[in-house]
Design a protein. Structure first.
Length: 255
């Protein structure tokens, strides 16, 4: 009697995602990660001594507590490599099926930043005139924000983050990405941390709708704008709201 072939782990996946049969050593089995073969490699990071770990954690907590959202930027230039390294850190974020569904566009050209500000303020004006709804507007009033967004042109750089809703194969076929919002959100959080720890200030700006960003920056149809992040040094006269963060006891539940 002929032996039954084992069921493929790719069972139920679209035909476009079934690349190679499972043959040979498990490390040779194929997974549909942008057409890359799966390979496992040893992971043996050095274990940090407990005292050193506690010291690092305490220092990191203190440094991150100093992070603030900044809306008043100095026009002083920022070393582009610092931003590139921060983006590289963000790109190490975990993502659904390791599909890395993000694109970071660094905008330094003053004219392009001007066009982005002009389009963003147009959308924000409509939002503050009523599109947001009274409940949302009431929540924003204590922060003193409005439709005027000088940070988009004052900051020497903007990082526009796009989420890739799908990716295109070499033959033009579309392949779905999974957990895109979650993956890109984690990457943005890591980006903000990297920028702050590198001595820079930032702001997460999400004008709605954001279709104009794809048009201004000429992005492909599979990308959707997720956030605009002005980056730079705080202005000498920078002011931030006198906010109090929730205590650890309010945000952490230990079971």
């Amino acid at each position: 009697m002929a032996r039954r072939r084992p069921r493929s782990q790719n069972r139920g996946m679209p035909d476009t995602e079934q690349h190679k049969p499972e043959t040979g050593h498990p490390a040779e089995r194929w997974t549909p990660i942008h057409g890359q073969p799966y390979r496992s490699v040893p992971y043996r990071p050095a274990r940090m001594p407990q005292a050193e770990s506690l010291a690092h954690a305490a220092e990191l907590r203190e440094r991150m507590h100093e992070r603030r959202t900044v809306r008043q930027f100095s026009s002083d230039p920022v070393p582009p490599q610092v931003i590139r390294d921060a983006v590289a850190c963000a790109a190490t974020a975990p993502s659904g099926a390791h599909q890395q569904p993000w694109t970071f566009v660094l905008v330094q050209d003053p004219e392009v930043r001007r066009r982005i500000r002009e389009a963003a303020e147009h959308e924000e004006r409509i939002s503050y005139d009523g599109r947001l709804g009274e409940e949302w507007l009431a929540a924003l009033r204590p922060l003193g924000t409005d439709e005027v967004k000088p940070h988009l042109t004052d900051a020497p750089g903007l990082i526009v983050v796009f989420q890739q809703r799908y990716w295109l194969g070499d033959d033009g076929t579309k392949h779905k990405h999974y957990y895109v919002d979650e993956s890109v959100g984690i990457a943005v959080g890591m980006l903000l941390s990297a920028l702050h720890l590198s001595g820079l200030a930032a702001l997460v700006h999400t004008p709605s709708p954001m279709r104009f960003l794809s048009e201004v920056l000429g992005r492909p149809e599979n990308e959707k704008a997720f956030a605009v992040i002005p980056v730079g040094y705080p202005a000498p006269d920078c002011q931030v709201p006198d906010l109090v963060r929730k205590s650890l006891d309010q945000v952490l539940v230990e079971v």
